[in-house]
Structure formats: structure tokens, C-alpha cells
Design a protein around this ligand. Structure first.
Ligand SMILES: [Zn+2]
Length: 203
């Protein structure tokens, strides 16, 4: 993980090169953000930095509704240095822990469950299950923002086993229900009817 100073300087200049590399958590609001977030800069003394979204969530922070951490590219600072963790994250992103167990995942990677847990603790800052939970909620959030799918469809497409679990996990992280979040999402602007100009009118 990068040093506090490097992260802090990157946040202060809203450096897009660090988008996805770390997340900024703000003590006073309990929200975490991408370094490129456009909201007013928090005071440095209120900030801490996490290598992944799930690490920030494990520490008790909620995703920002403005910069939408679920849309950050995936490129933590350690990317490319720990192939077992990377492979595990890819499998989790493809749903390995929505369908199977952590023990199955460890088997596929050729390591013990304990070793996998240690690697995640060290490099991701969250357990494999916490990471899978973040990934599911991120999928769901993107579906809420970009589709008109029903809540049941969103829940199942995101990898939740039931609508009830989806609602509970979502409310736990965002402090609001999925439908409340969807109501806030910016709708595509209704297509403006262009006034007929003189020229067009003549054609
Ligand atoms: Zn933000």
C-alpha cells in the first residue's frame, strides 16, 4: 500500500492516475471516495486511505453517491505483484463466491484457506467473503444506476441468492434501500424536442 503522504497529495490534486489505486475514507462523514471525487476536499486530518473498496467498507465507511466507487477501475497499488490474490479477485469478480465456498476457491488456487485469508488480509484489507460482498453490491449498484431492471432481477443478476438478502446487504452498506438509491440516481435527461428552425421548416 502507498504511503499516507502519496495518497494525500494525489487526493488533493484529484489525480486520475490514482483512480482505483486507493480510496479515501473521511472520518467526519463515514463516506469513502475515489481520489477524483468532485465534492469539497475534506481536511487531511480526517482522511485515511485504503487499498480497496472492501477494505474501506470493512472499516465502516459507505460508498460516496457522487463519485461512485463501484465505477472506479480495478488497479490497487499492489496490482501485478501478488498473482494468487489477483487470480482470486478475478474468480470472485466472476462469481466464484456467489456459488461456491472459500474452501473451493482456495482449492482452485492451490493454497490453503488460511493462507488465502492471510493474503487477503495483507493485500486487500478484507476477507474473501467481505470482498465478494463488495463485488456483489457494486454489481447491483451499477445495475440500479444503468438499467430499469426490477429489484428481483437486479438482486439475482448481481449474484444475491434472494431479494431479502440483497435488500439487507444493500441497506447495511448504504443505509438506504435499493429503491431509495435508485430514485436518487441521475436519470438520462428526457430528449429535448428541438424547436423547428426557419431553415428546417422550409425544407
Ligand atoms: Zn466521492
Amino acid at each position: 500500500m502507498l504511503s499516507f503522504e502519496i495518497c494525500n497529495a494525489a487526493r488533493l490534486r484529484r489525480d486520475a492516475a490514482y483512480d482505483g489505486v486507493f480510496f479515501t475514507a473521511v472520518k467526519t462523514t463515514l463516506i469513502y471516495c475515489r481520489p477524483v471525487c468532485r465534492v469539497k476536499q475534506p481536511l487531511t486530518r480526517n482522511c485515511s486511505y485504503y487499498p480497496t473498496a472492501s477494505a474501506a467498507e470493512r472499516a465502516g465507511y459507505r460508498p460516496c453517491l457522487r463519485c461512485r466507487p463501484e465505477s472506479a477501475p480495478f488497479c490497487p497499488a499492489w496490482n501485478g505483484t501478488r498473482s494468487t490474490v489477483e487470480r482470486a479477485l478475478k474468480l470472485i469478480a466472476r462469481g466464484a463466491l456467489d456459488r461456491g465456498s472459500v474452501a473451493d476457491l482456495a482449492d482452485r488456487l492451490g493454497v490453503s484457506t488460511r493462507h488465502l485469508a492471510r493474503l487477503f488480509d495483507q493485500y486487500v484489507g478484507a476477507s474473501p467473503l467481505q470482498t465478494a460482498n463488495t463485488v456483489r453490491l457494486q454489481r447491483a449498484k451499477r445495475l440500479l444506476d444503468t438499467t430499469a431492471d426490477s429489484m428481483t432481477e437486479v438482486a439475482f443478476r448481481a449474484g444475491f441468492k434472494s431479494l431479502r438478502r440483497f435488500n439487507a446487504a444493500f441497506r447495511d452498506l448504504y443505509g438506504r434501500s435499493p429503491s431509495e438509491i435508485r430514485r436518487r440516481a441521475p436519470r438520462p435527461a428526457p430528449r429535448q424536442r428541438r424547436p423547428v428552425t426557419q431553415v428546417e421548416a422550409r425544407v
